[in-house]
Design a binder for this molecule. Sequence first.
Ligand code: SF4
Ligand code: SF4
Length: 309
Amino acid sequence: MIVTIASGKGGTGKTTVAVSLALSLAADGHGRPLLLDCDVEEPNVALFIRPTLEERREVGLMIPQVDLEACTFCGRCAEVCQYHAIAVVGERVLVFPELCHGCGSCTLNCPTGAIHEVLHVIGTIERGWAGPPGASVATGGLDFAQGTMNVGEPMAVPIIRQLKQWVIPSPLPPAPSPVEGERERCGDRPIILDASPGTACPVVESMRGADVVLMVTEPTPFGLHDLRLAVEVARDELRLPVGVVINRDGVGDQGVDDYCATEDIPILMRIPLERRIAEGYSEGVPLVEAAPAYRQRFIGLWERLVKLQ
Ligand code: SF4
Ligand code: SF4
């Protein structure tokens, strides 16, 4: 089962939940979990699980490169580009890599074959594993993968897409990728994606192909506002089952509870505001290590997620 952990609002504890869920499942023999950090602008799961990273690849988009000897400056490439990423000015053809989506339309429509495509690197993807002392890649622990967007690059979606294609088994819908190679079969095991906060395209890409979306929120007016937006994306647009974890339960107000009751969204777990959890977080210690009694609660959370799909 694939679960995407999301939150409309940043700082709600999404990564805390993703990490603790994966570690609890790994320790409980639920199959070897696969944990993906899809928050490619600010990946931070690795800070908590300290993985051994064994493979790294550059990823990017195929962008046009124009052979001016073969170009007639007809302007057809600029006409077909929906993203205004290529312009013909007199006898010059300008390509704006930061706007290019790598769709290939300009190449296909060039009447003289003056365009060929080159890889524009926008980030990296890495994979490895993490486990308790004494574990090895073959025993115990979990598999891990993360994407990282290069500074100054604007497009996170291709990195997330290529990360998923690299490590998640089919039947995810195929998408074009310049990453050569395999889509490995990982078997039927827990796959947990930590999405970026918000409701923009990177979040949608992280939810695409999931069986369930778990929203992590806090019981405040801000949390409620952004939870509504995230639910609109996951449940109303993508038609995915949604459950909620309320973090820092006990602060704030009843708004999130009332909203979930009205919308018939199950609240699957509550995590109270506790000093030992906050201190652990500040030191890079996962919740279930700062408070081991929570392991069983996270196992229960997974079992409720399984019933939601
Ligand atoms: S479509 Fe081809 S020939 Fe026409 S301007 Fe663009 S690159 Fe040049
Ligand atoms: S590949 Fe697509 S987005 Fe990029 S310049 Fe060509 S038409 Fe525009």
